[in-house]
Ligand binder design. Structure first.
Ligand SMILES: Cc1cc2nc3c(=O)[nH]c(=O)nc-3n(C[C@H](O)[C@H](O)[C@H](O)COP(=O)(O)OP(=O)(O)OC[C@H]3O[C@@H](n4cnc5c(N)ncnc54)[C@H](O)[C@@H]3O)c2cc1C
Length: 146
């Protein structure tokens, strides 16, 4: 029995851990677009965002010990439901018996004008396990918000 999980965020990682905790003995593969293996997201707090507290080191489950195969840095590009295959952006095709889609969500962009970078509401996008470092402007705004 082969389970393929598309998406290596919190939901994808938790699904793989839950399968093993429930004694699932088949193949488990996580396909994740991010370059890092799935890791436990650190609890974000105001102290962390303002720099008052140090970022905890990212906690990465031992995927090898759990017998989970990782495909980091790979994007699933197509799903063939009839033949139970997922196509990846490197040309590989992964067969599955069960598929878990854990691809998260995307914010719906509204038709407002863009927020200028000089605005206190502007933030920078981040990727990977490092905790985002907000701009000083946002840090000041967060402190002021109490
Ligand atoms: C550093 C950090 C700290 C956080 N701290 C908190 C916190 O304190 N409190 C809190 O409530 N939340 C926190 N979050 C947010 C939370 O952990 C999750 O983002 C949220 O629960 C959603 O998880 P998800 O797995 O459903 O989606 P996502 O986190 O969006 O994960 C989806 C994953 O799927 C991948 N993906 C999408 N499409 C494809 C595709 N076609 N092929 C392959 N991969 C694909 C994406 O790259 C992404 O890695 C934090 C997030 C981060 C990054």
């Amino acid at each position: 029995m082969r389970v393929v999980i598309v998406g290596g965020g919190h939901a994808g990682g938790a699904a793989a851990i839950a399968l093993r905790d429930l004694s699932f003995g088949g193949e488990v593969t996580i396909v994740g677009e991010e370059p890092d293996p799935p890791y436990e997201r650190p609890a974000l707090s105001k102290e962390l965002l303002t720099g008052a507290a140090a970022a905890p080191p990212p906690v990465c489950p031992d995927w090898t010990a759990r017998g989970v195969t990782l495909r980091p840095g790979r994007r699933a590009t197509a799903l063939d439901r009839r033949n139970r295959m997922v196509a990846l952006d490197d040309g590989a095709a992964l067969p599955f018996d069960h598929l878990i889609l854990a691809t998260g969500g995307r914010p719906r962009r509204l038709s407002f004008p863009r927020i200028p970078a000089s605005s206190p509401c502007a933030t920078r996008p981040t990727r990977g396990p490092s905790v985002p470092r907000p701009s000083k402007r946002v840090a000041r705004w967060s402190s002021a918000a109490g």
